[in-house]
Design a protein around this ligand. Structure first.
Ligand code: HGA
Length: 626
């Protein structure tokens, strides 16, 4: 999703801004731009192509300067078009109360300003000229309207008028060596430069890899003033009831070793394929150091929390919601703890009945997912203090906000369609299940040893599933010609069917839906014809015989079945029934294996259709807007 980079330096900073954008490209975007202070004024270049095109454009147009901001945009307000791309400049008609010449303020923004209509009307009435449909342009004009020679002061006053979520980086024509940032609801970090007093802003420390590893994570409501050789942070002072007063705050500088190696594709065609094949390593890294099951795997004080809670509430979005949905089966059957799973964007706005003895579990790859963060805060505001996150980024807002955490070690995930983040989340959630089971007296030593043995064997088992790739490629050819697909699963594997359908939708644009197989006859069977491929996840579990009946129901209507069957299921290939045999049956951990061929099926179908696999249309990584 949106990426922000900003800098104050004595050298030409454009190459570093562009490099920063390239590091954030994987999040997905539809346009990009850069602006600098140059020859006493503002210069910018914007593009609806890739950052590489922007790079060529700035070189050709000789856009260069020591103070600048840059942005990758994922449109929320206004179409993806050059005139809507950031940076936005303030400009007026020159009439009315507008005192400045056009082009005084340059600004980039991540988030959504909810009161943009009201502010736009007000600023239009004052003579400001709007050249985009974005909510962002409103902030540029607002800062301009409040500017009286001190950009930091103008931005602070502007933030008091904004409703919604934002991370912004701003500079002003009249103050050549200054960039001001602010955040509320969207991430922003300050990078303390290591040479010649330069300082940086970015939406993610990864954007600054190779430039500085000295990072300050700005907190909600912070406004930061960046100058050469110094920076200054202020936050609203709510202590004496005067929310309009700002006070200086100190934030710790952390040394962050942002990953840079992940950008190498190696022998793979796409990051998604690379990440699918990294899963054995990702799972083994995630389980590294787990020698026994103990609540302390989730942080100090976890035992007391686990002892205290009587139910679990999982909050997540997208693929993470499906890992949570899988964990519900584990938590209820193994740990015997009542569990609810809620889509974060729904939960945050609905009236629910809170129980203070709930363990609130959030799941997020990036740890910056706006809806999940908001749902977490909502749950806490309802009086549920016990929070735990399963997250892939140790320095993220989610980890900082939660009482307890399990950090998955998937490594940087570049492909927009999540794969290794999903399976490592499942590994973390299984550990959580075992730890809760232990505290609740439902896990004896022999069971613990057996589960741990199975978990340690996962990387090897995953390797043998990945070896099925050539067979899956054979199926992908047929799928590439379809426009619809159904996915079926039962029990623990129903969320895996949902995840398989989501993967296919996301990257191949084939309409896919998943159902619990028993639901088929209650509606979706009407869709089944010889043109409808029906993908079935068929592990050898207690529901196998029921599933076999569901398979017959599809066959009787001429549907084409594509079955991923465990070795000992006795489901054989026949007319209209295509079977790929999973190498081994894996009990409770089977979802971690069964999802892999579904990832491969989506991937190879998308390749056969020629889509942009790593950057599917309209989608973004790290969904930092609501
Ligand atoms: N609302 C702004 C920024 C969108 C954003 O943060 N995307 O990730 C716009 O539409 O330009």
């Amino acid at each position: 999703m949106c990426g922000i980079v900003g800098a104050v330096s004595q050298r030409n900073i454009v190459p570093i801004l562009i490099e920063g954008l390239k590091r954030l490209e994987y999040r997905g975007y539809d346009s990009c731009g850069v602006a600098v202070h140059q020859a006493g004024g503002l210069r910018r270049a914007r593009s609806t192509s890739r950052v590489a095109e922007l790079d060529a454009q700035v070189a050709q147009e000789e856009v260069q300067g020591g103070t600048g901001i840059a942005h990758t945009r994922w449109a929320t307000h206004g179409a993806p078009a050059v005139h809507n791309a950031h940076p936005h400049f303030s400009h007026g008609t020159g009439a009315d109360a507008f005192k400045a010449k056009p082009g005084r303020i340059a600004l980039v923004h991540n988030g959504i300003i909810e009161n943009h209509d009201e502010l736009r009307d007000e600023l239009k009435a004052r003579g400001y000229l709007f050249t985009s449909q974005t909510d962002t342009e409103v902030i540029a004009h607002l800062v301009d309207s409040l500017y009286d020679g001190d950009l930091f002061d103008a931005v602070k006053r502007a933030t008091l008028r904004l409703k919604g979520a934002y991370a912004i980086a701003v500079f002003c024509r009249d103050e050549p060596h200054r960039v001001v940032g602010a955040r509320e609801g969207s991430p922003l970090v300050l990078g303390v430069g290591v040479q010649s007093g330069e300082n940086f802003l970015a939406s993610d420390a990864m954007a600054l890899a190779g430039v500085t590893d000295q990072i300050i994570y700005l907190e909600e409501g912070d406004v930061v003033d960046l100058q050469l050789g110094k920076y200054w942070i202020e936050a609203r002072d709510a202590s004496n009831g005067n929310a309009e007063r700002f006070v200086r705050v100190e934030r710790p500088v952390r040394t962050v070793h942002a990953h840079t190696g992940a950008a190498e594709l190696g022998p793979y065609r796409h990051y998604m394929q690379k990440e699918i094949f990294e899963q054995p390593r990702a799972i083994s890294d995630t389980l590294d150091g787990v020698v026994s099951i103990t609540p302390e795997l989730f942080g100090d004080g976890a035992y007391k929390v686990f002892k205290d809670v009587e139910q679990v509430l999982i909050l997540a979005c997208g693929t993470s919601y499906y890992s949570g949905s899988t964990a519900k089966y584990w938590l209820e059957s193994i740990a015997g703890i009542p569990t609810n799973v809620e889509i974060a964007s729904e939960y945050r706005y609905r009236d629910s009945v809170p129980n203070p003895k709930t363990l609130v579990v959030t799941i997020s790859q990036s740890g910056e997912t706006a809806d999940t963060l908001a749902a977490l805060k909502h749950a806490r505001s309802l009086g549920m203090p016990h929070t735990l996150t399963i997250c892939n980024v140790a320095t993220s807002a989610m980890v900082r906000e939660c009482e307890l955490a399990y950090i998955t070690r998937a490594g940087v995930e570049i492909g927009v369609a999540s794969t290794k983040a999903f399976t490592t989340q499942l590994a973390g959630l299984f550990l959580l299940t075992l730890a809760l089971a232990q505290v609740r007296g439902r896990l004896n030593e022999a069971q613990e040893a057996e589960h741990l043995k199975a978990m340690r064997h996962l990387p090897v088992a995953l390797q043998s599933v990945l070896a099925l790739e050539p067979q899956v490629i054979g199926w992908a050819e047929a799928f590439a010609r379809k426009e619809n697909a159904l996915f079926l699963g039962r029990g623990l594997h129903y969320p895996i069917a949902l995840e398989g359908a989501l993967k296919l939708k996301e990257i191949s644009y084939i309409h896919a839906e998943a159902y619990p197989a028993g639901e088929l006859k209650h509606g979706p069977l009407a869709l089944v014809t010889s043109e409808m491929p029906v993908v079935t996840v068929a592990p050898n579990d207690t529901l196998l015989e029921k599933l076999k009946s569901n398979i017959q129901e599809v066959r009787a209507r001429g549907g084409q079945l594509y079955v991923f069957a465990d070795a000992d299921t006795r489901i054989e290939s026949s007319e209209g029934v295509h079977v790929i045999r999973m190498p081994e049956h894996y009990g409770a951990l089977s979802p971690i294996l069964h999802v892999v061929p579904l990832q491969l099926l989506a991937y190879h179908t998308a390749c056969a259709r020629g889509t942009d696999v790593d950057k599917p249309r309209n989608l973004a990584k790290s969904v930092t807007v609501e």
